[in-house]
Design a protein around this ligand. Structure first.
Ligand SMILES: Nc1nc2c(ncn2[C@@H]2O[C@H](COP(=O)(O)OP(=O)(O)O)[C@@H](O)[C@H]2O)c(=O)[nH]1
Ligand SMILES: [Mg+2]
Length: 333
């Protein structure tokens, strides 16, 4: 029996090894992904994003317990290298996570953000695919909300929860990073702080300043694919005190409501199509990159770019040459 089959039958050791393969983008991992693919498509995948220190991990810790009680099983994928799940956090935080780590109904995976040739987003997608195939009804993905790689998370998940902390001016950063555009639910955590009210207010005004129907269109989705139905989802702004488990139940409700909205409005199918396209595109790029490495190599590639820099060859012709070299049949020596 292969590792994928063993994992499908609930073998945790097999699961962990399988995830390592997949995370490293190894050939075995690719084969396992192919075996598992027919079993995917059932999980609700939720992204938890926001600046470092906003309280994402603490919130996730509480959310996971809540969802475990509702849905039986939860998987957590931490892409944040400083996550307490990876041991990179303060002792107090680590202690809070400890019972979670030993909970048989909660599976935690920390991503080593190096190693995968397709980058973090691709690695995360592959890991999520495995967890989906293994039957986790809910998969929570924690990412630090900075940079393009993080905005790419939107291509992996169905529901994006943006976590903000009061008094950090984060809302402006989130807007700049394009996170406001992709958020389905906004959470102001650390609502025990007096500045929380002000943060909620400024988020409300930022939300209304976004163009109507913006939603989900910050992720490279073409306009033709816009749903026929009205947008119909007003991004809620919730408050939580993750440390005291306050507002967490309401957040799980909002997440469930967003899931129902996706299903009932037809946006779910649209999302699946967008994800499928993004995945095919990512694989295409990876295959192409591999061929490029095999047939031209780094030096050959650089030489061609140098020629463009010297204006000896135009960029379009350089690209055409690369394509030709890559598709040329291997000559017999
Ligand atoms: N006052 C307060 N502190 C919190 C709250 N939630 C988390 N924290 C603290 O904020 C710090 C950062 O939390 P963490 O979950 O690691 O944030 P992350 O970097 O976004 O994952 C930790 O020391 C937490 O104990 C909260 O609701 N109120
Ligand atoms: Mg964290």
């Amino acid at each position: 029996m292969g590792l994928a089959e063993a994992a499908l039958q609930g073998d945790r050791r097999a699961m962990a090894r399988l995830l390592s393969w997949v995370e490293n983008g190894s050939l075995e991992g690719q084969q396992a992904l192919a075996t598992l693919f027919p079993h995917t498509g059932k999980a609700h995948i939720i992204g938890i994003t926001g600046s470092p220190g906003a309280g994402k991990s603490t919130l996730l810790n509480q959310l996971a317990r809540e969802f475990r009680d509702r849905d039986g099983q939860v998987a957590i994928v931490a892409v944040d290298p400083s996550s307490p799940f990876t041991g990179g956090a303060l002792l107090g935080d680590r202690l809070r996570m400890r019972d979670l780590v030993t909970d048989p109904h909660i599976f935690i995976r920390s991503m080593a953000s190096r190693g995968h040739p397709g980058g973090v987003a691709h690695a995360t997608r592959d890991v999520v695919t495995v967890l989906d195939a293994l039957g986790f009804p809910l998969i929570l993905v924690e990412t630090v909300g900075a940079g393009q790689a993080q905005v790419e998370v939107a291509r992996v998940v169905h529901t994006v929860v943006l976590v903000e902390a009061p008094g950090m001016g984060d809302e402006i950063q989130a807007l700049k990073a394009g996170l406001m555009e992709i958020a389905d639910i906004i959470v102001v955590n650390k609502a025990d702080r007096p500045e929380a009210k002000q943060t909620v207010k400024s988020l409300q005004s930022l939300r209304t300043s976004l163009p109507a129907g913006h939603h989900g269109f910050g992720t490279g989705i073409s306009v033709e694919e816009a749903p026929v139905v009205p947008v119909g989802w007003e991004v809620p702004i919730l408050q939580t005190i993750a440390l005291e488990n306050e507002g967490v139940f309401e957040l799980t409700n909002a997440i469930k409501q967003h899931y129902d909205y996706l299903k009932n409005s037809g946006r779910w199918d649209l999302l699946l199509r967008q994800h499928a396209e993004a995945e095919v595109e990512a694989w295409l790029q990876r295959h192409f990159q591999q061929l490029l490495n095999q047939k031209i190599g780094d030096t050959g590639y650089k030489a061609l770019v140098d020629a463009v820099v010297r204006h000896e060859i135009d960029p379009a012709k350089a690209a055409a040459q690369l394509l030709e070299a890559v598709t040329r049949p291997v000559s017999k020596a």
